[in-house]
Design a protein around this ligand. Structure first.
Ligand code: CO
Length: 171
């Protein structure tokens, strides 16, 4: 089921999510709703809190070189943690909770992560490139943070001004 995506400055986006304890049907329904919602909005990543659910669940489905989004490449990531991180990389990020805004954000280049799949199987792997960037972006959501918080003071001010205008105009 397609759910509404919370949009900045909705306060619920600042809530810190909690770990999933039961890897049950409720979790699987949440994952299905997240997938439906992400694809309907043409996103490449979504955190559960973006549809209002404060659980440590995120999904990522990157596009390939041709810009196609193969649904078989979907990552379902539960209770994620970053174990190690190195290097730095800058990439233009966007977010379904801050639609139409794209900004250059600096992240760790390579990360070693641990998470669980929908069946509660623990997975540890090393991620790099856009996958590492997306993982860090979505993990920030679970901690109640948005990518715009990483902007410089002046860029953030400019963003806030333009965003207020945009919301006022109802676009
Ligand atoms: Co986002």
């Amino acid at each position: 089921m397609i759910r509404d995506v919370l949009v900045y400055p909705n306060k619920r986006l600042r809530v810190k999510s909690k770990d999933v304890v039961d890897f049950n049907k409720e979790l699987h329904c949440l994952l299905e709703d997240m997938k439906d919602t992400m694809y309907a909005n043409e996103g490449i990543g979504l955190a559960a809190i973006q549809i209002g659910v404060d659980k440590n669940v995120l999904i990522i489905n990157l596009t390939d070189e041709d810009g196609e989004q193969n649904h078989e490449n979907l990552f379902e990531i539960i209770n994620p943690v970053i174990l190690e991180a190195e290097g730095s990389i800058t990439y233009q990020e966007g977010c379904l909770s801050v639609p139409t805004v794209y900004e250059e954000i600096e992240r760790k280049e390579k990360i070693k992560v641990r998470y669980y799949n929908r069946d509660g199987i623990m997975i540890e792997e090393e991620l790099e490139g856009i996958m590492a960037i997306a993982f860090q972006h979505e993990l920030d959501h679970l901690n109640g943070h948005l990518f715009i918080e990483k902007l410089s003071y002046l860029k953030r001010k400019k963003f806030e001004k333009e965003w207020k205008k945009k919301l006022k105009e109802g676009k």
